[in-house]
Every structure is written in structure tokens, then in C-alpha cells.
Design a protein around this ligand. Structure first.
Ligand SMILES: NC(=O)c1ccc[n+]([C@@H]2O[C@H](COP(=O)([O-])OP(=O)(O)OC[C@H]3O[C@@H](n4cnc5c(N)ncnc54)[C@H](OP(=O)(O)O)[C@@H]3O)[C@@H](O)[C@H]2O)c1
Length: 281
């Protein structure tokens, strides 16, 4: 199949492109760096010509509420129009477990994206994943005030980006479900416990405190509605075969360069600190 991966140069996109190519598909990464821009529509028609499936794993360069909303809603509309014109048979998108239960600007934008996809008339499958292990250090960085990490005392159930990519590949090869599928990691601990592990592996001495007044990237979270852990999410199948612990994910924590997850610093075009700045303003 010809499968176009929007955001194919990102953390998930690169892994997904590799998995689909190895399975024999014509997997085409599409993003601004290859002349495809979902915000302006540039390059979409050419990229989608002859495509069977489009997988959208792009992300907004800015998390500021207005900008992230503009990114996901404008992009979803442009992509849907181009897919319709090209006769794409299956649209797959990656979203976040708990989008419907959290009130941050980012989550509202993901809901807007989901609604446009569901109303587009293109057969679709939305995969909602919990947070990636790779994202844990960023959670710590965002939640740091005067050198101390303040985290809401609630549980989460993260998973490896490799697991998310494998799940997306399975979905791209299958028939559309015209609905939402959820996936979560094998272990449910507090945000503080996961972030503590991530910081410890980097020998980062920052202190972590459970702070009921703190938010998760601007969203109020609690355990009552299982906002971050995905009450109905299934465990990722790769994790089922070989349950992920952070130690197993990074057997040689001393050699961080060779560590796959969660402490491998994937090159980000937009520095995470820049994203946080955008979110705060
Ligand atoms: N972080 C988490 O824990 C988490 C959890 C669940 C779901 N998700 C979802 O996972 C998705 C992917 O996240 P990620 O971390 O893999 O993203 P990422 O590494 O930040 O990559 C972002 C991708 O989006 C592309 N992009 C940016 N602007 C674009 C535009 N105007 N048109 C087309 N492509 C554009 C970038 O292309 P260039 O390289 O060319 O700039 C890049 O390929 C997001 O939608 C996010 O909501 C994240």
C-alpha cells in the first residue's frame, strides 16, 4: 500500500515510517521539511496522489492555546479536503488518552482535530495513546519551579514511542474502525514516580514534590476520572510480550547515547523549552 505519514520526521513518524517500509509498504514521510505543510495546504495534493492510507502524527510547533487550536483544526480541515480529492480510503490519526477529560488548550485542540476527522466522511481510525516514556523528562522540565519539580499527585500509565508506532502500523494495515482505539503502557504509577525514575537515570538531582495545586501542562488532573491513565485503554501488545520497566527499556543507563527509551534525546526541530515558553505565554 502507499501510506503517507504526515509528521513522518517526528519522534513517532520516523519509527512508523521504518516499520511500514520494512513491512513492504511504500511509506512516504510528509512534513514541511519535505515540502508538505498541512497548515497552508502546500504539497498535500501531490503527496496524497495514489495514497491508500494517510497517517497523521504531526504536532504543533507551538502549544500556546490559540496557536495549537489553529494548527490542529486548520490542518485537519486541509488534510480532509485533500484526502477527499485524492480518494484516500483510510485516515489514521494519533491523539491522547484523556483528551475528553482534560481542559488544557492542547487537549481542546486535539478534541477539535478528532471531531473534524470524525465528521469528514473519510473512513478513519483515531488512536489515543497515553504519554510516551520519552516525554517524561519534558514533564519534569515543564513542572519545575525554582529548581523543584511540582507534580499533581495522580497516576499515569505511559508507554514507549516504539509501542505506539507499532500499534499505528497495525491500524494502518487494517480496515478503518470509524472510531477511537486507546492504548496505554503496562505500569500504572504516580506521575512523580515515573518522572523520578527519568530524572534519576539522567543523574538529575532535582527534588520532586507532590503538589495538589499543580497542573499537568495547564490541565487540572485527578485520579477520579483516570484522566492520564486511560481507564479503558488496552495495554500495548509489545509491552505485553516483554513488560517494560524503565530498566529494561534502557538496560545500560550509563551509556545514554545508545539508550532507546525513555531517556534517548531524539533530535527535536523545535526545542522543548521553546514549546514550554509558547505554552506559558
Ligand atoms: N508526547 C506524548 O506523550 C504524546 C502522547 C500521546 C499522543 N501524542 C501525539 O503524538 C503526535 C506526534 O507527536 P511527536 O512527539 O511524534 O511529534 P514531534 O516529534 O514533535 O514531530 C512533529 C512532526 O510534525 C511535523 N509538522 C510540524 N508542523 C507541520 C505542518 N505545518 N505540516 C505538516 N507537518 C508538520 C514536523 O515536521 P518537520 O520535522 O518537517 O518540522 C514533525 O515531523 C502528536 O499529535 C501528539 O498529540 C503525544
Amino acid at each position: 500500500m502507499k501510506i503517507v505519514i504526515i509528521g513522518g520526521t517526528g519522534l513517532i513518524g520516523k519509527k512508523l515510517t521504518s516499520i511500514l517500509s520494512a513491512a513492504g509498504h511504500e511509506a512516504i514521510p510528509a512534513s514541511p521539511s519535505s515540502g508538505v505543510n498541512t497548515l497552508t495546504g502546500e504539497g498535500l495534493a501531490a503527496a496524497f496522489t495514489g495514497a491508500d492510507v494517510v497517517v497523521d502524527v504531526s504536532n504543533s510547533p507551538s502549544f500556546a492555546p490559540d496557536e495549537v487550536m489553529a494548527f490542529f483544526s486548520t490542518s485537519a480541515n486541509n488534510v480532509a479536503a485533500a484526502e477527499k480529492a485524492a480518494g484516500v480510503k483510510h485516515h489514521v490519526a494519533l491523539s491522547v488518552v484523556g483528551t475528553n477529560r482534560m481542559d488544557s488548550g492542547y487537549m481542546k485542540a486535539k478534541i477539535a482535530q478528532e471531531k473534524i476527522i470524525a465528521g469528514s466522511g473519510i473512513p478513519y481510525t483515531i488512536l489515543r495513546a497515553t504519554q510516551f516514556y520519552e516525554f517524561l523528562p519534558a514533564i519534569g522540565d515543564f513542572s519545575t519551579v525554582d529548581g523543584v519539580v511540582h507534580l499533581p499527585p495522580v497516576h499515569m500509565q505511559p508507554l514507549a514511542a516504539a509501542d505506539v508506532s507499532a500499534e499505528l502500523a497495525r491500524i494502518a494495515e487494517a480496515a478503518p474502525v470509524n472510531g477511537i482505539v486507546e492504548v496505554a503502557g503496562p505500569e500504572k504509577l504516580t506521575i512523580a514516580e515515573f518522572v523520578q525514575r527519568a530524572l534519576a537515570a539522567k543523574k538529575d538531582p532535582r527534588k520532586i514534590v507532590a503538589d495538589p495545586g499543580s497542573t499537568y501542562f495547564g490541565a487540572r488532573v485527578d485520579d477520579q476520572q483516570d484522566r492520564l491513565s486511560g481507564l479503558k485503554a488496552k495495554r500495548s501488545s509489545m509491552s505485553d510480550r516483554a513488560p517494560w520497566t524503565l530498566q529494561e527499556a534502557c538496560p545500560s543507563l550509563k551509556v545514554q547515547e545508545s539508550c532507546q527509551s525513555p531517556f534517548h534525546d531524539e533530535p527535536h526541530k523545535i526545542p522543548l523549552l521553546q514549546i514550554f515558553r509558547n505554552l506559558r505565554h
